[in-house]
Ligand binder design. Structure first.
Ligand code: SF4
Length: 73
């Protein structure tokens, strides 16, 4: 593992309903605003070993506010 980004994460704080599921699922990647609780990205380009947790967070997000973009071949 090189630690190099294998994918990019995009979040939409406008859609976020502040459930906190992403922070519980992948705390290395997601955070919540101290002001309104909406999602913030800690690591927009997470290393490969964190991608399963990011995919899980995207699946669990009730607002569909998380997008994982994997670069093509
Ligand atoms: S799981 Fe979705 S709705 Fe909940 S805090 Fe994260 S981005 Fe927001």
């Amino acid at each position: 593992m090189t630690g190099r980004a294998a994918a990019f994460v995009h979040v939409d704080p406008e859609r976020c309903c502040c459930s906190g599921m992403c922070v519980l699922t992948a705390p290395e990647v997601f955070d919540q605003s101290g002001e309104d609780g909406s999602v913030r990205l800690r690591r927009p380009e997470p290393p490969e070993h964190l991608l399963p947790a990011v995919r899980r967070a995207a699946d669990l997000c009730p607002s569909r506010a998380i997008t994982l973009v994997t670069p093509g071949p």
